[in-house]
Design a protein around this ligand. Sequence first.
Ligand code: HEM
Length: 421
Amino acid sequence: MSLFLGHTPVIGTAQAAWDLLEKRSDVYSSRPRFIVAGEILSDNQRGLMMPAGEGWRKFRRVYHAGFHSRKSNTYRDIQSLESKLLMHQLSHEPEGYEGHIKRYAASVVVSVSYGKRIDSVDEFIVKENMNSMASCDLLTDAWDPGTCPPCWSATVLAENDKLGLDDTGLAYTLSSPFGAGIETTSATLFVFIREELHSGPASFWLTESVPVAMVHFPEAMCKAQAELDTVVGQDRMPEFQDAENLPYVRALINEVLRWRPVAVLGGTPHASTADDEYNGMFIPKGSTVFANLDGIMRDPETFPNPEAFLPERWLPGSALCSTHPRLQLDTFDLPFGFGRRICPGQHLASNSIFINTARMLWAFDILPKKDAPLPDPWAFTDGFNSWPMSFECRIEVRSARIRDCIEREWETAKEALEKWQ
Ligand code: HEM
């Protein structure tokens, strides 16, 4: 169902979102006015909030150059190394999993953007960026491009003659992954962990007198682990090259992204730049258009039995799999928005989510805290982006062989990470 609330259409089906925001992207690619955060405090320099126009197109060009699919794959090395550190931290201090995951996401963004990694989210470069986002101020002079490995900022600075961004535009553009890429990536991994709690061993789950729909959940983690044990074994970690042989793991990831999308309202709303009509409904120029991703992902016409967590709905050949070409194992991009505004960091994000989900499933059993109720599957934060409220769980290494492997991999990763310090 789609609602039209005055000048604020709320799109509730994938098809309506594709019809309007993609097929008619010449009309629906702008943003509404963000008077305080966008205009007064940032002088309209924040790409995420910029209306369609030359400034925003420049912003997208810079992003495309740094984060298109093939370019994003060149960041896999640092993602894999940081992920080995994450597995090591999770195995030694599992109760601190939220901090470890946030550190991972922040370090990847800092390394890729500025060529310098971080060991803690309390480091200067993270804190200053976070503060400057909060006060809509600028971070300058904190980094010397001559002293680090190749990165997005160094490339953009080297090519800025062609792009023609002034210092302020450069600073806003190059710092934007901070706002857009850290919370979204870590929140998706928190949803994954929350989900695995609800998909623990069947015997546990059934004794908790759960809602009927949830009886579909129990086997997901075990099935993914069985696939990983067969394809990867327990003496090496899953790598990016394993992805094509891990369809169930990839299906599970799609289902995590569908079951509780982090960008609940499609990230930032779009705005229309001309009068339009859709299915007999008039949409005036200047409308604020929300793509209600939370509703879209639970539309029973598109995703039957939407509350059930069913990775099988993404497996080719499964009776549950949609016939729609955009809803296949390798084509599902609804979580990243629509049309010309689609998330430009989606490939970097997808790589982070794949490598960490595969490795966490391979390495750990994710179990509820003993003698405590399962976390409420609906306890999420408010806002344009939404993530699970903090919850406790047990993250236990699955075997001695896996523990040895995590230690071995960490020893070599430690050295390789030094060039990013
Ligand atoms: C799981 C992780 C992520 C999710 C779910 C996500 C989702 C989204 C969504 C739904 C939008 C709005 C699209 C629209 O308006 O139709 C968006 C926009 C955006 N995202 Fe992401 N994102 C993620 C990670 C990232 C990362 C890692 C980066 C940076 C490297 C990034 C950079 C951006 C930017 C700059 C925009 C604004 C684009 C524009 O307005 O033209 N995102 N994202």
